[in-house]
Design a protein. Structure first.
Lengths: 731, 167
């Protein structure tokens, strides 16, 4: 694949990507919408090509969420060109806008908003150019698939391409199309990347092959903080096909001519290496949760409200909810290709953020950022900060020893389970007081490790750094502030309570590295918050939906709740029968993104403790929907992944090492266990688009928990809801 | 050591140790990308190929055992430009998020449809129970298999759930 050829071949308006002039960064630029704010040049986003195509650049990446399709729809619609003319160029430090991470369900809001405005402005510029060329007032011109006509004259974008200069700062003054004039936005357009993926064509970084490429594997220590004492390097180097062995402190990696030779060499290293190990991992289960509450914490009040005084007669209840370490567990282990040649490092990666990765690769390797290019290529499913960045670091370190030959390094399954950054365990204590059927006081306390230790910012947030002879460590992890929050994401209730306090007990020291797993803290916070709403509703003897509506003023929240009630035929006061029940839950992700209401129907075998989720109804308000099928796919995927987390998932480890090495020690939901999922989208074309990638996970876990309580009268508060635990709960 | 094996109807040769997993030979020697590395121990199904008509995990299948066997990979399902009804159905149902598992889903479903042309939903779910999907695309995959089965037994063809799908 020749990625450089692209720039040379292009015969469009401009070649390459204009960098923001340095002077502009120093003055105070006008506010621009979405990611135009930080990537202000129009030609950084769009190029009109003489050959009748349009190239769209984005800093966001395809993670299987369909973002490149949605962004192409926006550009096509705003430009008035057929969708098929759009070519997408995704994150590449040599030519795309820098939009940081593709994370937090923000791509449509950030990149999409930028493209609405950039494309609308480009269309306007093209119309002005056409107007002067044709001698027809711009107001009299119309555009159809890039053909501009009016006043009996006609031209095309493609003819104007050479004479239209998009190398200018966006003004933000040309408004995107009104809803009535859109014709590509809002359509369920087929994803651009699926055909090649179902035909077995090269689609993933794992499939990329470069001339002279060798294969690499990394050998991680057997446990955290283990130190390497002896390794017989000569015995490894003598193995068939071995091209390079890198040992730097505790970091070990090997490259070979053939992939299976690299794997065998890595196995040999593992057999030969002697390590000094320590046993300092946390305990499991309830002992873990007790320990979390005793660790040194940085406490902050996230939200506080003191309204009316509470009468002495108010009913008080309390409950504690817990969530274990959980894994991203992508089906394909992380992979990267790195080439170090003539002082320049190129890395092909499925990282969510090629620019922050480049910055940390520079720290890790000592190669200047200006000499590093990081290019995104699709990988296996990404649900947050998995091993993608770390493996790029491993490959970069190994590539310095392969004599300029590119090296493809894929983690083995046990590397991924053993060393990916996990979703943090969490303890959430809820307390509430009820008076006259209403909540009068609310308290939510969270104990959690960090939810983002991604590359970017201080330190070196690449796993290999800490193993080097001159170790480089993670920067001090910071909890993102509200309103989006991180450990405290969705902990501030959208409900209206007269008194409330939300406190985060943030635990920056991590015995096992934790980072962003889809929704960050929202999965556990919504689990606790929405379970506790049900517990209070039961205490108040009010139907849980009615109870929620009593405390909810937000009209759009009420609308999704009411639509879910209707779709699922929710019957107030219906009783569970001991084995079957249904539960309700709601959240507006981050209190900023999509509104999602969920009704879950479950069955439970009281003797075995086996829990089965039969059907999930999800109603979604995501504002303006760019691609309804894309939204449904995200919401449905979120429901099913959350069901899997909720029923099954928990990392296994002992005091010395992580024991989860294969799917045997980390079962996930399988086809026969997957619930039917019914999704209703409330389209609001006049509202701005709201992120959906993480909208359904929180409401799903809470709806399942509420359904268990509804069926059995017993409240499951300790994730995951395995048969062993449910059997005890129901005994 | 040199081995010649029959892959997608052609005799192909590779110089590799006999215990080399077939997966790496298919991918690295023959440039076939369909089968994917997922777990290396036959648990997840991403590496599934057909060997003598049976869905088989290529990550735990030794190259040396392929003598006189016929290996078929995902690539063989497309006949020139024309896709297999399963591939077409995966597109028409948009039955992928990341798509990394799609190879194993399609190859396992092919083996199912070869022996059970009209499977029930429960049979499809059972057949795919040891193929893991992490994105939560299971129900779309089941619908895609149903769609392909309907088409293959001559049933009516329904419109794709999305626009812009080329038949």
């Amino acid at each position: 694949m020749d990625r450089r050829g692209f720039l040379i071949r292009s015969g469009g308006i401009v070649v390459g990507f204009s960098l923001l002039p340095a002077v502009m960064a120093q003055s105070q630029p006008a506010a621009l919408p979405g990611s135009l704010q930080s990537n202000r040049m129009l030609d950084g986003w769009l190029r009109i090509n003489a050959d009748g195509t349009v190239t769209v650049f984005t800093g966001k990446v395809e993670l299987g969420q369909g973002i490149l399709t949605a962004l192409a729809q926006i550009a096509a619609d705003e430009l008035d060109v057929n969708y098929g003319r759009i070519t997408m160029v995704s994150a590449d430090t040599s030519r795309s806008p820098n939009e940081g991470m593709t994370a937090g369900s923000q791509s449509v809001e950030q990149s999409g908003t930028a493209l609405h405005y950039a494309a609308a402005e480009a269309r306007d510029i093209l119309l002005q150019t056409a107007s002067s060329r044709l001698g027809v007032a711009a107001e009299q011109l119309s555009v159809s698939d890039g053909t501009i006509s009016g006043g009996g004259a006609k031209t095309t974008y493609w003819e104007l391409a050479q004479d239209t200069d998009l190398r200018r700062e966006a003004s933000g003054r040309v408004k995107p199309k009104p809803p009535a004039r859109r014709n590509v936005i809002g359509k369920a357009i087929a994803r651009r990347d699926i055909p090649k993926k179902v035909r077995g064509e090269p689609a993933y970084v794992q499939d990329l092959r470069l001339p002279e490429m060798v294969f690499g594997r990394v050998v991680r220590p057997p446990s955290r903080r283990a130190t390497l004492e002896i390794i017989d390097e000569a015995a490894v180097s003598a193995m068939p096909g071995v091209v390079a062995l890198v040992r730097d402190g505790n970091f070990l990696a090997v490259a070979a001519e053939r992939e299976e030779q690299a794997i065998k060499a890595a196995e040999k290293i593992r057999a030969l290496a002697k390590w000094r190990e320590v046993a300092d991992l946390p305990p499991n289960g309830s002992a873990l949760y007790e320990q979390l509450q005793k660790l040194p914490s940085k406490d902050s009040v996230i939200s506080a409200k003191a309204g009316v005084s509470v009468s002495a007669g108010a009913t008080s209840i309390e409950a504690v909810y817990t969530r274990p370490y959980q894994c991203h567990a992508s089906i394909g282990p992380s992979c990267a290709i790195a080439q170090f040649k003539e002082g320049k490092l190129t890395v092909w990666t499925h990282s969510q953020g090629v620019f922050p990765l480049r910055e940390h690769l520079a720290k890790l390797t000592g190669i200047a950022q200006s000499e590093i290019v990081a290019v995104h290529v699709d990988g296996s499913g990404c649900y947050g900060h998995n091993g993608a960045d770390d493996v790029a670091g491993d490959a970069a370190l190994l590539a310095r020893a392969t004599g300029g030959r590119p090296v493809k390094l894929q983690w083995m399954r046990e590397d991924e389970f053993g060393w990916e950054p996990y979703g943090s365990p969490m303890v959430i204590k809820m307390a509430g007081r009820l008076d006259a059927g209403r909540i009068v006081d609310w308290r939510h306390d969270i104990w959690s490790h960090p939810h983002s230790t991604r590359p970017g910012g201080a330190g070196t947030n690449l796993l290999a750094g800490a193993d080097l002879a001159k170790p480089q460590y993670l920067g001090y992890p910071v909890n993102s502030p509200q309103p989006s929050g991180a450990a405290d994401r969705n902990a501030v209730p959208l409900y209206d309570f007269p008194n409330q306090q939300v406190v985060l007990h943030y635990l920056p020291e991590m015995p096992l590295r934790t980072s962003a797993l889809r929704t960050l803290g929202a999965y556990a916070n919504v689990f606790a918050l929405e379970s506790f709403m049900d517990e209070l509703a039961v205490a108040a003897a009010v139907d849980p939906v009615e109870f929620r509506l009593r405390h909810m003023k937000d009209a759009r929240a009420r609308a999704v709740i009411e639509a879910a009630v209707q779709r699922a035929d929710w019957r107030p006061g219906a009783k569970g029968d001991g084995a079957r029940g249904r539960g309700f839950a709601f959240a507006k992700y981050k209190n900023l993104a999509a509104y999602v209401a969920v009704v879950a129907d479950i069955e439970i075998d009281r003797r075995s403790g086996e829990l089965s989720v039969k059907r999930v109804v999800a109603v979604v308000d995501a504002g303006l929907i760019i691609n309804p099928d894309g939204v449904k796919n995200q919401i449905e995927g979120g429901v099913i992944q959350s069901t899997s987390w909720t029923l099954k998932e928990s990392l296994r480890y002992d005091r010395q090492k992580v024991l989860t090495r294969s799917w045997s020690e980390y079962p996930i939901l399988t086809f026969p266990e997957v619930p039917a999922v019914d999704i209703v989208l409330l389209d609001r074309p006049d509202e701005k688009s709201l992120g959906t990638g993480e909208g359904s996970q929180g409401p799903t876990v809470a709806a399942i928990a509420n359904a268990v309580a509804h069926a059995t009268g017993r409240r499951a508060r300790d994730l995951p809801f395995t048969p062993e635990k449910l059997k005890l709960l129901l005994a | 050591m040199g081995f010649t094996i029959n892959v997608n109807g052609r005799a192909r040769s590779a110089e590799a140790a006999g215990d080399t997993p077939l997966l790496y030979v298919l991918r690295n020697d023959f440039g076939l990308n369909g089968a994917k590395y997922g777990c290396g121990v036959g648990q997840c199904g991403a590496c599934t190929v057909m060997i003598d008509g049976k869905a088989t995990r290529s990550c735990v299948t030794a190259l040396s055992s392929m003598n006189a066997k016929k290996v078929m990979t995902l690539e063989s399902l497309s006949d020139g430009g024309k896709m297999h009804p399963l591939q077409q159905a995966f597109i028409e149902e948009q039955a992928a998020q990341c798509g990394y598992c799609a190879n194993g889903m399609i190859m396992t479903a092919k083996a199912l449809l070869d022996r059970t042309p009209r499977p029930t939903e429960a049979q499809i779910r059972k057949a795919l129970a040891a193929n893991f999907c992490r994105c939560g695309t299971h129900n779309r995959i089941v619908r895609a298999v149903q769609r392909a089965a309907n088409q293959m037994v001559g049933g009516t063809r329904t419109a794709a759930v999305v626009e812009g799908v080329r038949a």
